[in-house]
Structure formats: C-alpha cells, structure tokens
Design a protein around this ligand. Structure first.
Ligand code: PMP
Length: 455
C-alpha cells in the first residue's frame, strides 16, 4: 500500500469512513482504490485489472462503461436536471418510467412510488403498510415477518427486517413488530433424512406457527427476496414459494417481494417472481434498475394495496411522505435507457444462458475438499467454503471465506465473501469466455489456497 502522506490511500484512511468495513482494520490495511471500468472489468489505481464478479454490489447489469447511460444522463441534465413529484408536480421521465415498470410487472400492478435506495424503498413500504392498516380501521395489523438471513437494507425499519446479526447488534435493533422466520437454506438448515420438499414444508409450517402465535390479525405483511442475496445467496428449496404463498393466502397477509437483487434479469427471467411463480402484492426494485449509475429505487403495488393508502391521504389532506430526490429525473432517464438496453440486447436471455454455464462450472467445484456446497440460479451463485477435514477448529467463521476472497483478488477476480460464502453475480452482459475467466480464477485460487493452508 502507498502510505506516503499525500497518497490517495493515506487520505482515504485519514478522512473516509467506510460502509461495511472494520474501521480499525481499515486504518491498518487501507483501501483498494478503483479507478476506471471497461465492460465487465474494473482497474485499480495501480492499473491492475479485475473481472467484476459481483457487478459492484450485485447491480451493474450493463457493465462499467455504457455510453448510452452516460448520454441519457447528460441529455436529462441539460434539459431538466432536477424536479420532484410533491404537490401534484411531475415530469416526463417519472411518468414514462412508472408506466414502463407497470407494463413489465409480473402481476397486475397499479402504482409506482419512487425512492433513492433499496433501504429507503423497504422503509417506505413498511410506513405505507402502517398507514394502510390505519386506513382500513385495523390499527393492530402492523407487524411484518421477514426471514433469518434475509437482507432488506440498513435504515431503522429496513435493518430491522434484515435478518443478520451485524445489522442489529449494538444498533438496538430490530424495532418492535418485526419478526424473523426460518431461513430456507436446505444445505445448512435441513435435517438428517429430510428431503428438500419436506424442508420446504417445515419452513411453511414454521411461518404458519409464527402467524398463529402472534395472531393473524396483527400481521400486515411478509417480506422476502425471491433468492436471498447478501445473506448468502440462498436459493429456495423446491416447492418453498408455493407453500409459503399458500400460508400467507390463508391469513390475508400481503407479500412483499424484494427484487432489489433479483429484478431485471438476474435469475434468468425479468423478475425473480417469474422464476419462482411468486405473486407479490408489492415489489421493491433498485440496483439493476439503473445499473447503479444513479442511486435509484422504486416499489410498485397492486390496486388493493394502493386504494386504502390513497383514501387515508384523502382524509388527512396529504400523504405525509416523500423524498427530495425521489423520482429524480436523471435517475428515471437512466433507468429508462438501462431497461431499453436490457430489452434490446436480450440480456435476460443472456443471463439465463451464461447463468447455466456459471452454475454448471460452480457445481464442478463441489468435489474440491474446501467446497461444501455450490448453489445459485441464473447469474447469481455461490460457493460455500468449509475447513479441510478434521480442521474445523482452526478457522473461525468467515476466516476461510475472507482468505479465499483475497486469493481471488490476487487472481484478478472480484467476489464477495459473506462469511464463508463466496458470491458471484457478474454483469448481465458477460460473455461465455468471461464466465470461463471467472471459473478459471476460482480454480487457481482454490488450488493456491489449499497449498497455502496445507500446513
Ligand atoms: N434489498 C435487497 C434484497 C438488497 O440486496 C439490498 C442491498 N444489498 C437492499 C434491499 C438495500 O439496498 P440499498 O443498499 O440500496 O439501501
């Protein structure tokens, strides 16, 4: 690391407080500074080239130098760089994008609300559901059920819905009224002799029991990602979604599909809901909606969700909610162009085809002694790293994952270790050759790492 007093590294340590980083360790090791992007690759400030196997944060669908997005942003900046949607104001990009999203929805949806991040969208959804329950004269129907290891963001309500210890610990979270049910990870949670489908039945029974224990009339909604992302790329067991939706249907509980990662092609269909035949009442979208070239998010809801909210705003006189940057015209213009690219280049089909190659390649690593499970769907996948036989005591949770991730980096591959899970989520524009580039970097890293820890 370059630690001369004026180096970027030294100034980063001096002034920049990082997200999802051990601050004290950062003071010692400093940053990896990215400088430029080209397609699925990024280059650091020393000119080292990496294949971005995570699309940044699961989000850069069209790669790292898409001129059409730059042009769309520039055109909108020149025409109307900012406007809002408070007090009946609107603008072309917001109208076009709302219409476009409704036309793409996997089930009939009525309205789109615009926000700036996935966290903010989910936070807003919970507020809207409280508002809706009050409107319906059911003020006790306010709780939300999410899942252990689910990820829904980091604002106070969203972090509460997230089911990961680091998002709760020392933050005094979760808030009251947010519950977490079983994580549907068969490899980790399945019992001896239990089939995948039996495990799915047990997950649905756990959910049913939680609803019964709390009182069905107190639960407003269930929130879940079609495929869990940041909690460790958890692909639901067979029949999970069918059984889960049957439980929710019994009790008049709304289903919020958090499509922040899965949305716009990631699972090989336009939405994760289509891959798993999910019929959501509300859908959260962000990340790939603008390929993260602009911070942007949205959620859409059915008429049944919308109508009581609209009624309540009518009674109160105004919907007391909205963000200065919500429905930002530049973000909306970038989203429209990005969705056009995804459709014109058929990147959803590419995600399905390249995804099949990625999944087959990852599955081959299960014979490696350090790999416990390979999993995924479409262009989202993961390897679960386990200690060599008889040596589990030597490695604290997450240690192997972090060390292997460092090997990946040396071999020019960016992944993300979620504990001992190594995630892969490359841009949707990836080619077959570039899938091979990822897999061969994994192969070299696993062998190098095995030798390193051979002892
Ligand atoms: N929901 C899901 C499924 C996510 O993956 C994320 C981010 N990883 C969020 C919500 C939160 O999004 P943001 O970081 O934009 O707040």
């Amino acid at each position: 690391m370059d630690l001369r007093p004026n180096s970027d590294e030294a100034r980063d340590i001096a002034y920049h407080f990082h997200s999802y980083t051990n601050a004290r360790v950062h003071e010692q090791v400093g940053p990896l500074i990215m400088d430029r992007g080209d397609g699925v690759h990024v280059f650091d400030n020393h000119g080292n080239k990496y294949i971005e196997g995570m699309s940044g944060l699961w989000s850069v669908a069209v790669g790292f130098n898409e001129q059409r997005l730059i042009d769309a942003a520039t055109r909108q900046m020149q025409k109307l760089p900012y406007y809002h949607n408070f007090a009946h104001r609107s603008h072309g990009p917001a109208i076009d994008l709302a219409e476009k999203l409704i036309s793409m929805a996997p089930v009939p949806m009525s309205k789109v609300f615009f926000t700036n991040s996935g966290s903010e969208a989910n936070d807003t959804i919970l507020k809207m559901l409280w508002y809706r329950s009050n409107s319906l004269g059911k003020p006790e129907k306010k709780k939300v059920i999410s899942r252990i290891r689910g990820y829904h963001g980091v604002t106070i309500a969203s972090a509460s819905m997230t089911g990961l210890p680091c998002n709760h610990k020392s933050f005094d979270l979760p808030i009251d009224g947010v519950l977490h049910t079983t994580c549907p990870h068969y490899w980790r949670e399945g019992r001896d002799g239990e089939s995948e489908e039996q495990f799915a039945t047990r997950c649905a029974e756990d959910l049913d029991a939680m609803i019964q224990a709390e009182g069905p009339d107190t639960i407003a909604a269930f929130i879940a990602e079609p495929v869990m992302g940041a909690g460790g790329v958890v692909v639901p067991p067979k029949t999970y979604w069918e059984k889960t939706q049957a439980v929710l249907g019994k009790y008049d509980i709304l289903l919020i599909a958090d499509e922040v990662i899965c949305g716009f092609g990631r699972t090989g269909k336009m939405f994760g809901c289509e891959t798993y035949n999910i019929k959501p009442d509300i859908m959260t979208m962000s990340k790939q909606i603008t390929s993260s070239y602009f911070p942007f998010s949205a959620f859409m809801m059915t008429e049944e969700v919308y109508a009581p909210i609209a009624d309540e705003s009518g009674r109160i006189g105004v919907l007391g909610h909205g963000y200065t940057g919500g429905a930002h015209p530049v973000g909306a213009a970038v989203a429209l162009e990005n969705l056009k690219i995804i459709e014109e280049r058929d990147l959803v089909a590419n995600a399905a085809e390249r995804g099949a190659e990625l999944q087959a390649g990852l599955r081959k690593f299960v014979d490696h002694p350090l790999v416990g499970e390979a999993r995924g769907v479409g262009l989202i996948g993961a390897l679960e790293i386990v200690a060599p036989e008889g040596r589990a005591d030597e490695f604290a949770p997450g240690k192997l994952g972090a060390a292997l991730n460092a090997q990946f980096l040396k071999n020019g591959l960016i992944s993300r270790n979620l504990g001992d899970t190594l995630a892969f989520c490359p841009p949707l524009i990836i080619t077959a050759e570039q899938i091979s580039e990822i897999l061969s970097a994994v192969d070299r890293s696993l062998d190098g790492f095995s030798a390193e820890i051979a002892g």
